[in-house]
Design a binder for this molecule. Structure first.
Ligand SMILES: *Cc1c(COP(=O)(O)O)cnc(C)c1O
Length: 412
């Protein structure tokens, strides 16, 4: 089945009342009829016990996400940050190393620097090109971490090349696929990534109404390279021998959900499940509108530089063509100075907010907001300049948007 068919069908459980749609299980605990049944459920991990670990509403969302992104297993979390943290905690130990792309999402850098580094994990940042990465990998590297599309630089790395290198070296390639819009725009697992982490808050939710995140895992043997899957665990079993490729998602569930409790509420799972039914449609329309804006504004005298990966002139175009279903819903305008960006943002009647993937077009000035905690040099390395305005294109009529952009540019 194709994406749009799966988006409305996959993951729907059998319902005793014939509900057409996903019922919400607002329930914390699931009971057992007998001692034996309780013992069996605890031993096997099958079925439901307590909603911190797994619940039917969240499970439906996990199954739908697996179908949409081609994962063997998916796990949902309270936010994208929680998903990233859980995915990495299951792979890293003190003394290990992460090799990460430059220009990551600001809070991901914060998580690395303020949480992982004090735990004794080394993180190095570099251009995510396979040749550079090959030189940088060491015996201690356990994770290669990149994003499907860096924000706001809007560059797409060579996912296939990085995945082949990671496989060769026995290192897990973890891709933050938030910009891949739950597979509607990009599917890194299909190119060989071992793990996807993503925020469902953005395009998957689609209405800026709810937080959520996911970890998606491909079927792979990479886990045999990690001591945590070859040593006896708390249950006395060797995870790789007992569970095979499922040893990793099981560990993510145990650490991130059972023990750290970063669980998604069933109400939010329900909203996200519904968001996925229209994500492909929304992203397609947003991409068409973004292309319309990009073509109309790229030669505008007030625009010093416009970046849109769907424009053949854009440096990201070759990779975007290979890895993305369309040019995507994001573009940036460089208006030359902070003052010009300020005038433009004051003049345009659209919300200014540090979010993405909303039904409404959202604008932000990364220099003074999302990237303001980085040094000036750090910002420039991430592709952020004082005049840069980032646009997450929404579902408004493209001609209305274009008129607002043109009028606001007059104010610059
Ligand atoms: C928003 C975002 C996150 C974090 O997700 P939350 O749901 O806000 O916790 C991670 N990565 C990227 C690329 C994001 O845009």
């Amino acid at each position: 089945m194709n994406y749009e068919t799966l988006a409305v069908r996959a993951g729907l459980p059998e319902d005793p009342h014939g509900a057409v749609g996903l019922p919400i299980y607002a329930v914390a605990a699931y009971g057992f009829r007998s001692l034996e049944e309780g013992a069996e459920r605890f031993a096997s991990g099958e079925g439901y016990v307590y909603a911190r670990q797994k619940d039917p509403t969240g499970r439906a969302l996990e199954e739908r996400l697996s179908a949409l992104e081609g994962a063997m297993e998916a796990l949902v979390f309270a936010s994208g940050q929680a998903a990233t943290f859980a995915a990495l905690m299951a792979l890293l130990r003190p003394g290990d190393e992460v090799v990460a792309a430059k220009g990551l999402f600001g809070q991901t850098i914060g998580l690395f620097q303020q949480v992982l580094v004090p735990m004794g994990i080394r993180v190095r940042y570099l251009e995510p090109e396979p040749d550079r990465v090959r030189e940088a990998l060491t015996e201690k590297t356990r994770v290669l971490f990149v994003e499907t599309m860096a924000n706001p630089a809007l560059v797409v790395p060579d996912l296939e090349g990085l995945a082949a290198l990671a496989e060769e070296k026995g290192v897990a390639l973890v891709v933050d696929n938030t910009f891949g819009a739950a597979g509607a725009l990009a599917k890194p697992l299909a190119w060989g990534a071992h793990v996807v982490v993503e925020s469902l808050t953005k395009w998957a939710s689609g209405h800026g109404s709810v937080l959520g995140g996911a970890v998606l895992v491909r079927d792979s043997g990479i886990w045999q390279n990690y001591p945590q899957f070859l040593e006896r665990d708390a249950k006395g079993q060797v995870p790789w021998e007992a569970l095979g490729p499922r040893c990793y998602p099981e560990r993510v569930r145990t650490l991130g959900l059972s023990l750290m409790g970063m669980a998604l509420s069933p109400f939010n799972a329900y909203l996200l499940f519904q968001g996925l039914e229209t994500v492909a449609l929304r992203v397609k329309r947003m991409s068409e509108t973004a292309l319309r804006l990009a073509e109309a504004l790229r030669d505008h005298p007030k625009v010093q530089r416009l970046r849109y990966p769907g424009l053949p002139q854009d440096p990201a175009y070759p990779m975007a063509r290979k890895y993305l279903a369309s040019g995507g819903p994001m573009l940036t305008l460089d208006l030359g100075s902070q003052e010009a960006a300020g005038r433009f943002l004051r003049a345009i009647p659209l919300p200014k907010a540090a979010n993405l993937g909303d039904a409404r077009t959202l604008l932000v000035h990364p220099w003074t907001t999302t990237h303001s905690r980085l040094s000036e040099e750090g910002r420039r390395q991430a592709g952020v300049t004082p005049g840069l305005v980032r646009v997450s294109v929404g579902l408004e009529d493209p001609e209305d948007l274009l008129a607002w952009f043109r009028e606001a540019l007059e104010a610059v």
